[in-house]
Write a protein that binds this ligand. Structure first.
Ligand code: SIN
Length: 292
């Protein structure tokens, strides 16, 4: 257990993640508490704050301390706070909202900095969210593969807008028709830590810029399998009232669809606030910015 002045943090795995205890996010946080949260966030990449009792507005207010809260481009949000939306799986539904490990909304020009996810209703066990550390995914590649990827960009696409809601009886689409896409560096540099992270997933990354689909597919498949190895990540076990915060720039995540037996009988309702990010910084731009 790592003791900060304003809370305790219990690491989840050697790779990433910490459970956070003894802090109430509904209260006004002191600047010292806020500094410590950011320190823990940059160190662990994903934090899960236990035993919270937050209104929708309090989730919004806490999330907004990291940046502007942006609505999901395709899924309808809450009536009072449309930037926040619910991910709802009814009993008997057997799909995970996010079958592949992904970084949220990679198809935007400015993909999110991060998100908070608040557990409103969850099965008594199971239905975890799995994360993987994309700094480690990059750092554990061979020097040859790093040299190949360092200057490359890839095309990321949303796919069909309806797929974000139409399989789930309790999720509503916004009605936008067009798919979205953005080109990003395959290796990005975190603006605060200066560390390099792989930025690629089969969920959204369709092809490497300048290569054909057949040329890029084996590389993208390899990178995905490499990134999602269990020892590079951690799993969050949900309890009602837990609030997760992740750095979307340097992690992938996905909801584990172990919807069998007892778990399948339970409703799962998570509420997400998505924090606006910046355009991903390539190694070249980072070096140029820091050369003066
Ligand atoms: C998400 O991908 O933002 C949701 C993850 C989850 O429902 O566990």
């Amino acid at each position: 257990m790592q003791t900060f002045k304003n809370f305790k943090a219990k690491p989840i795995s050697g790779a990433m993640g910490a459970e956070v205890f003894d802090i109430d996010l509904s209260e006004d946080l002191s600047s010292e508490a806020w500094t410590e949260i950011q320190e823990a966030f940059h160190h662990y990449l994903v934090l899960i704050f236990r035993d919270q009792n937050l209104t929708d507005q309090q989730q919004f207010d806490f999330s907004q301390r990291f940046g502007k809260i942006i609505p999901h481009p395709y899924v309808k949000g809450l009536p009072e706070i449309p930037e926040i939306f619910k991910i709802i799986r009814e009993p008997g539904e057997s799909f995970s909202w996010d079958g592949f490990y992904h970084s949220d909304l990679m198809f935007l020009k400015k993909p999110p900095l991060g998100a908070t996810l608040y557990a409103k209703e969850c099965p008594p066990f199971g239905a975890d969210t799995a994360f993987t550390n994309m700094y480690l995914a990059y750092e554990t590649l061979s020097d040859g593969m790093k040299a190949l990827l360092d200057g490359l960009e890839a095309e990321n696409e949303s796919g069909n807008p309806q797929k974000y809601s139409n399989k789930y009886q309790s999720m509503e689409e916004l009605g936008k028709k067009g798919a979205m896409g953005a080109i990003h560096p395959m290796v990005r540099v975190h603006p605060k830590t200066g560390r390099k992270a792989l930025f690629s997933t089969l969920a959204f990354t369709k092809r490497i810029k300048g290569m054909t689909d057949s040329e890029s597919a084996p590389i993208l498949n390899y990178l995905y399998e490499h990134s999602i190895q269990a020892h590079l990540g951690c799993r969050l076990e949900w309890k009602k009232g837990s609030l997760a915060l992740w750095d979307n720039r340097v992690c992938l995540h996905h909801a584990v669809a172990d919807y069998f037996g007892e778990v399948a009988k339970h409703r799962r309702v998570m509420q997400r606030a998505t924090i606006e990010g910046e355009e991903p910084i390539s190694i070249k731009s980072y070096n140029e910015l820091n050369s003066n």
